[in-house]
Design a binder for this molecule. Sequence first.
Ligand code: ZN
Length: 201
Amino acid sequence: MIRADLHIHTTYSYDSSITPKALVETLVAHNSVKVAAVTDHDSVEGLSITLKLAAAYPDILIIPGVEISTSEGDTLILGTTELPPKPWTVESIIDFARERGCVSIAAHPYREYGMGDLARNYKFDAVEVLNGASSPLANRRAHELAKLMGVPGVAGTDSHQPAELCNVYTEIQASLDVDDVLKAIKKGLVATYPKLGYSSF
Ligand SMILES: [Zn+2]
């Protein structure tokens, strides 16, 4: 079993102050969250730098990813080191993810840049039901959406500052291996923490 923060922005997102080095150091020092997905806005530049830095530490794992902006809302892809081809539509991003064995996730559906109920029109692998930057109400609605869609719910901090890293996380019944983690998410072998009602934000 591993614990993972599945939504993180590095300085290669225009709005984040988390350097790849700070992210790797946080994981190395953390006593339980040792896995993180780098999901910069429309970019995989910070990801490749983070992967290189993390390679020196066998007890942490970086899951490659990206958060793609579409006109309908933000979509997370986990498992890719490449951007999907443009034009970016939710449908084309989900197809791209499926063809490559990646995981597609509707990001913070009930917050700004989220796609809300529209997510029901698409075959996402998961819904982000616990987003560290969303209100408890928005997260509760996302939980209900995942239930309705019959897909697993995952958690990520959506960190843009070092202090936010790992404040929420997904517990995954998987080993420290990217493919294993992706498969486990698709199978729903996940739980999100902290539990609703006990979060501090
Ligand atoms: Zn984000």
